[in-house]
Design a binder for this molecule. Structure first.
Ligand code: G4P
Length: 190
């Protein structure tokens, strides 16, 4: 998606060979117009596939996932990183480890919002090692829901996530694929 790639080149900051800072338009301050266009792009790519719900992992995936849900006329489920302190009945849970952040969390979803009749599109901001997407799929499959595909804003194609998901036959649609990065330089691949 040219608009996202141009924005990454303009406002993204490659900190080193691994980490891209996008906190001025995705992670911290959010550009709603860009998020709307991203939602439209995902809606066009994943249309007519019988998708019943959009899912994302809190927190940076919420803005683009909500716009996608709006464009497709579907509900958004936010997979929580810890169980709710007030509502903890009938939860599906699975542990996810983030290599980038060196942390683990208990991905959580109430059984009220998912069933075997659901065909789910997962949206997230970054694809690095694929652990978040894999954990989200594991959680949704605990409810016997099926996975329609995965929509990613920024894929770091030099990390193993893309290959890991593609090798399972999944439809992974990444709007910006970074083939190489170093401080001050970002290169995309098609
Ligand atoms: P994986 O899910 O693909 O395996 O990736 P990994 O666990 O290694 O990292 C996931 C977390 O790290 C996500 O944040 C993701 O947004 C963030 N991340 C990964 N690479 C980058 C990067 O190059 N730049 C930035 N800014 N973030 C990166 P999270 O823990 O889910 O937190 P949140 O931001 O969604 O709250």
């Amino acid at each position: 998606m040219k608009e996202l790639q141009d924005r990454i080149l303009k406002d993204g900051v490659a900190m080193n060979e691994d980490i891209l800072k996008v906190d001025s338009f995705i992670n911290h301050q959010v550009d709603p117009e860009l998020m709307l266009h991203i939602g439209q792009e995902f809606a066009a790519h994943f249309k007519d596939q019988g998708i019943t719900k959009i899912a994302t992992i809190e927190s940076s995936g919420i803005a683009p996932a909500l716009m996608t849900a709006q464009c497709m006329g579907l509900p958004l489920i936010i997979l929580k990183k810890q169980p709710s302190k007030v509502l903890n009945d009938n939860l599906y849970q699975t542990e996810v480890t983030s290599f980038t952040k060196g942390t683990s969390y208990e991905l959580t979803l109430s059984s009220k919002f998912i069933s075997e009749n659901d065909h789910v599109l997962i949206i997230d901001d970054f694809l690095a090692n694929g652990e978040a997407a894999t954990g989200a799929m594991r959680l949704l499959r605990k409810a016997h829901a099926t996975i329609a595909g995965i929509g990613i804003l920024i894929e770091k194609s030099f990390q193993p996530g893309h290959e890991k998901l593609i090798s399972q036959g999944l439809d992974v649609y990444s709007l910006a694929r970074i083939g190489h990065m170093e401080a001050g330089r970002i290169e995309f691949i098609e």
